[in-house]
Design a protein around this ligand. Structure first.
Ligand code: NAD
Length: 490
């Protein structure tokens, strides 16, 4: 290279120069230089954090630093991170699925594994296509640019899947992220975060692109919301955390609660409707926020539908069995106004259908995916987001009545609703009345997430704040770049 000189030293020359320098340092009272010994931290690993922090404020600072490093790596850096996350979710699906199952003790092991294997269906960098305008006054480009650091909250129902899916979207958009996971799923979340960062560090030299609070609390949630480095929040959870995030003063993308109703009318393929309801509603023992939670069925096909449910493997509870299970599944509580309302017993959430049957005093053969029982429209199993593989079936006299009761049970969350019908008018009427983010016709709930229906996957469906099924664009700021009267090629 012009202007530069080259020094060719062989290995033994280099070694003797280094040894001489070390001898001189020691003689002159200097500290001998040694390779740093990794100091074990509480995890018994070396002293690098790899994204796992005790303190939300410290994690937010580290994430901001990592965001700047990611910027330097360009689009290629983001692509590499997405590839790492999807690859690790696939490779570690069995191990992490089991880890999450053993920590949370809810849902089903086979579905915990599958939820990780399908993280590859979450859209990445390819999703971000700039929007161009060209006219007499020149050229304008709108670009989807990162916020910086996203603060994210994950639910216990899908700890590593939500975290991983969020990372794909958030990093594809060029951001770093700090998670305050659900305390009951924080151990497995920390394992995934550390593994992701170790791989990212090996490939890109960035250590803390994905951060997590190791022992999350309401205080660490508060600290995350207040951290000046955090630009925006992404919350996946129930009503309390959504409300807390929306009061935080920061913009929050809220993937809130649901209670998806299903309507089955007399034009539907009844056998298929029953199979679809069992498939979607029993997935991970009904932990999915999109999962079928209560079924309204037209009276003139209700008996056929009930037979079809039994034929497809669901076990029906009688009134006494339902009463026994309900007494365990809900307790009565009085609100501030003195009105009593049912409170869900979290110990039964995500339990196997066979466990619920035992509590009900019923017998369900091993491998039973779902229980069902006939109830009235105000039953706690209808009105509460119960997250158990036990769905209530309510007879309705007309489609209009079914839609009205479905709307009431959905509580205006505008999350998800499902219809089984061949009547386009019924589809349209329910779509308009429920106004839900996902509306699935003639399929299981999972079809709404690109699993058997057209579309793409995300574990955070921003229902409360309206962004819909989150994707990389959800985590971007739109910025406009304008060239006046020039650059246009014709
Ligand atoms: P949860 O609301 O109990 O917990 C979610 C997160 O919020 C956890 O990290 C928890 O520690 C935290 N949290 C809870 N209350 C809080 C408060 N007052 N302040 C701060 N943080 C708080 O929910 P869960 O049981 O883990 O998950 C199930 C809920 O999440 C259901 O309501 C389900 O519908 C919803 N969910 C929604 C989506 C979606 O995409 N819309 C996806 C999954 C789950």
């Amino acid at each position: 290279m012009a202007g530069s000189s080259q020094l060719n030293l062989d290995e033994s020359t280099v070694r003797s120069v280094v040894e001489e320098v070390l001898r001189n340092l020691t003689r002159s009272g200097g500290v001998p230089i040694e390779a740093p010994t990794p100091s074990p931290n509480r995890c018994g690993r070396n002293s690098r954090r790899f994204g796992v922090f005790e303190d939300a404020a410290e994690a937010s600072r580290a994430a901001l630093d990592a965001f700047h490093q990611l910027k330097e790596k360009g689009i290629a850096g983001r692509l590499k991170v997405v590839e790492i996350i999807k690859g690790l979710c696939d490779e570690k699906a069995e191990e992490w699925g089991r880890l999450e199952f053993e920590e949370t003790r809810i849902g089903r092991l086979d579905h915990k594994v599958e939820k990780l294997q399908i993280v590859k269906l979450v859209p990445g960098v390819e999703w971000l296509k700039p929007y161009g305008l060209s006219g007499d006054h020149g050229i304008t480009l709108e670009e989807y640019t990162p916020y910086g650091v996203v603060g994210a909250i994950t639910p216990v129902t899908h700890s590593i899947p939500t975290l991983s899916g969020n990372v794909v979207n958030i990093v594809a958009a060029g951001n770093a992220v700090v998670f305050n996971p659900h305390p009951n799923g924080a151990g497995c979340a920390a394992v995934a975060v550390r593994t992701f960062n170790e791989a990212i560090h090996r490939e890109l030299g960035i250590e803390n692109l994905i951060c997590a609070v190791e022992k999350p609390t309401l205080d660490s949630f508060d600290a995350l919301c207040k951290a000046p480095e955090v630009s925006i929040l992404c919350v996946t959870g129930g009503p309390a955390v959504v409300e807390a995030a929306m009061k935080s003063g920061k913009r929050a993308i809220c993937a809130g609660p649901g209670n998806p109703p299903v309507l089955v009318d007399d034009t539907a393929d009844i056998d298929k409707a029953a199979r679809n309801i069992i498939e979607g509603g029993s997935y991970d023992n009904n932990l999915l926020c999109v999962g079928e939670k209560e079924i309204f069925v037209l009276d003139n096909v209700a008996d056929r539908f009930i037979r079809a449910m039994r034929l497809a493997g669901a076990v029906q509870l009688n009134d006494g069995q339902l009463a026994r299970l309900t007494a365990e599944a809900f307790t009565d509580s009085k609100d501030a106004g003195g009105c009593s309302h049912p409170v869900l017993n979290r110990d039964l959430v995500g339990k196997d259908a066979t466990d619920l049957a035992r509590i009900a005093g019923a017998t369900a053969p091993a491998g039973t995916d779902m229980l069902f029982a006939e109830t009235d429209a105000n039953h706690p199993y209808v009105m509460e987001e119960q997250m158990m593989p036990m769905v209530p079936v309510i007879r309705v006299r007309s489609v209009e009545e079914g839609i009205e009761l479905a709307k009431k049970a959905e509580h205006g969350y505008r999350h998800s609703s499902i219809i089984h019908t061949l009547n386009v008018n019924h589809m349209t009427a329910m779509a308009r009345a429920l106004d839900s983010t996902l509306f699935i016709k003639n399929g299981p709930c999972t079809a709404g997430l690109g699993l058997g229906g057209e579309g793409y996957l995300s574990y955070s469906i921003a229902t409360t704040t309206g962004e819909g099924i989150t994707n990389p664009k959800t985590f971007t700021r739109t910025r406009r770049c304008v060239m006046v009267d020039n650059l246009r090629i014709y």
